[in-house]
Design a protein around this ligand. Structure first.
Ligand SMILES: Nc1nc2c(ncn2[C@@H]2O[C@H](COP(=O)(O)OP(=O)(O)O)[C@@H](O)[C@H]2O)c(=O)[nH]1
Ligand SMILES: [Mg+2]
Length: 393
């Protein structure tokens, strides 16, 4: 997320490349420019990862990387600020660990587990994390307070990286080799779906030159399509054609057909109505919308991203379970990490659902979206060590 670097640039480049490679002239032009070749890992449905070679061309990676590096620091600061509550509570840990004695292992580990629970890790995940640490203490691998703290952080990073095959860095998006890639965005009301759609559109279009279509699949709220149209305009995306009164499944079906017909749309971003995850009828309807997308294009949706409000605590887990059951969620987007986010709940969702976090929202503006990088996230939620020089914001 914060250490954006070449991986994100590569992701963006792969979009750019996917689009460019459809035209022969473009392919020739690319060959003439002798592009650099980089490799990235792409995940397939069913969890298997395949190696993909993508060429960094079509836009200036160097420039993008430096822009992202600058932005990354600002974004990190916002997440740092937004997770201050979590960090404050976790600072008890430092006190406990400063008194760490091997003779009191059991008691201290129990107390550490309580602290994790107090920052929304939930009992299962708190126990899982502490078990990893306990095992390392028992094996004699770690014996001091700072080592225990580092082991805790590592155990949490490992959980967050697990859905990405244990690889460090951000989990890549599954982009279709044949355009368009269809991304469906789901979640409860007010989580930030529509805003995130706008941010994604902006990111794809401005950073990688992709042509993005936005689909107003939220047919419940009268103003929803207008809100999306504003984002489409701001982010240089195109709005899918739709008629008042159409059902959401029909809107999405038609939009994918339209994108295929247009031939130059790289990414279709489908918005959906917010719904309570406990309402079975509405969840069935969402499953129906997903089926309509698949009917329109058999390989779609290539990603189904669940937007979770980062301030909502462990309720996230219930949402993740219900949405996953209904529409097979492939990635999470955490919003409002600039607010008073409850960091531990994220770890709990990833641990119990084995779904990667792909992006985080750090504000209401179009640029306020970043990829999720487990190590940086854990650094942000844990209190800094004395020798680390970061002023509290
Ligand atoms: N602070 C902050 N607010 C956000 C973020 N993402 C969305 N919002 C706000 O959350 C509210 C609901 O967003 P919206 O996209 O309409 O939610 P939807 O109902 O899920 O489509 C709006 O006021 C957004 O500006 C974020 O990352 N940070
Ligand atoms: Mg909305």
């Amino acid at each position: 997320m914060f250490a954006m670097s070449s991986r994100v640039a590569t992701q963006c480049a792969s979009l750019s490349n996917a689009r460019a490679s459809r035209s022969l002239e473009n392919r020739r032009a690319l060959a003439a420019r002798a592009p650099t070749t980089t490799t990235t890992t792409r995940r397939r449905r069913g969890g298997r990862a395949s190696r993909l070679v993508v060429r960094a061309d079509g836009f200036s990676i160097g420039k993008l990387a430096s822009v992202l590096a600058k932005k990354t620091q600002a974004d990190f600061d916002r997440v740092f600020k937004g997770t201050s509550k979590t960090r404050e509570k976790l600072s008890y840990m430092d006190e406990m660990l400063s008194l760490w004695r091997l003779e009191d292992v059991e008691e201290t580990l129990d107390e550490l587990e309580e602290v994790l629970i107090s920052v929304d890790f939930g009992p299962t995940t708190a126990m899982d994390v502490i078990e990893v640490v306990r095992e390392r203490v028992e094996k004699g691998e770690i014996s001091t307070g700072p080592q225990v703290k580092q082991a805790l952080k590592t155990a949490i990073v490992d959980i967050l990286q697990r859905p990405n095959g244990g690889e460090p860095g951000c989990a890549p998006l599954a982009l279709s080799e044949e355009a368009p890639t269809v991304i469906m965005v789901v979640g409860v009301n007010g989580a930030g779906k529509t805003t995130t759609l706008g941010k994604l559109s902006n990111r794809f279009a401005l950073e990688s030159g992709a042509k993005v279509m936005l689909v107003p699949g939220d047919t419940f709220r009268a103003a929803a399509a207008e809100q999306l149209a504003t984002w489409a305009e701001r982010s240089d995306g195109v709005m899918a054609t739709y008629k008042e009164g159409m059902k959401p499944g029909a809107v999405c079906y038609q939009a994918v057909q339209e994108a295929i017909k247009m031939g130059d749309v790289d990414i279709v971003l489908a918005d959906t109505s917010g719904r309570l995850h406990t309402n079975c009828d509405l969840m069935d309807e969402l499953a129906g919308v997903r089926r309509s997308i698949t009917k329109s294009l058999a390989s779609a949706p290539h990603e189904t991203l669940l937007v979770l409000d980062g301030t909502s605590g462990l309720n996230m887990l219930n949402q993740a379970r219900a949405f996953s059951e209904a529409v097979d969620v492939t990635g999470l987007i955490l919003t409002k990490l600039d607010g008073t986010a409850r960091g531990g709940a994220v770890v709990s969702v990833v641990n119990e659902m084995n779904i990667p976090v792909k992006f985080v929202g750090v504000g209401e503006k179009m640029e306020d979206l970043q990829t999720f990088e487990p190590e940086s996230f854990v650094d942000a939620i844990f209190p800094r060590d004395d020798n680390e020089s970061r002023d509290e914001l």
